[in-house]
Design a protein around this ligand. Sequence first.
Ligand code: MG
Length: 255
Amino acid sequence: MIELRTPAEIERMHEAGRFVASVLEATAAASAVGVNLLSLDRLAHDMIRKRGAESCYIDYHPSFGASPFGKVICTSVNDAALHGLPHDYRLRDGDVLSLDFAASVGGWVSDSALTIVVGTPRAEDLALIDATSRALDAGIAAATVGNRIGDISAAIGGVANAAGLTVNTDFGGHGVGRTMHGDPHLPNDGRPGRGLPLRAGLVFAIEPWFMLGTDKIYTDADGWTLRSKDGSRAAHFEHTVAITDNGPIVLSARS
Ligand code: MG
């Protein structure tokens, strides 16, 4: 079911978005060579506790998950594309790290992700990260009243195709509200002018994620982490976006 949010509800969702942004800023700033992924999870956990927020991940147990996630942030390193389960791993020079975080504040959810390089970057990783970030910007720019959901998908897929990247459409954007995942589903590629008409009050997560060499993934032995089938590196950017009559508002925008 598609739900529309009032301006007052969108402002409350903005509070959740600001908190999610602050956690991503803090965990990204703490990510350095030698830092353990488990300490990034602890940092996010501490911030949740101090804010009185609720994690969307810790008890998350969808049909494709082996068991409840058990952590509060996804840390996907190098060939890990999505749902990276934090584990006892110290970041190394040149690692590509995607941080994906969602939390509920006052009963409203925000969901956001970013990718950084730890230490010395490789040129091809920077190009991948840049294309994925630009795809998110293009998707947000297409999130306007009068467009359709296929216009967002086409904008994201167009950036990928221009960068020579293929798109996996198994996982994509989704409605966000009182829970993390709702309707509509938002594929990261598609045809313009198709699908749900975009209306003021729609709030969803737009989240392009691309891999350098493939569009195929497999699930790691941890039951959660999704890795590229060919071992190539991945990047992921996500914002929670509200559609309004005055254009899209990025509720999880970082300062
Ligand atoms: Mg997310």
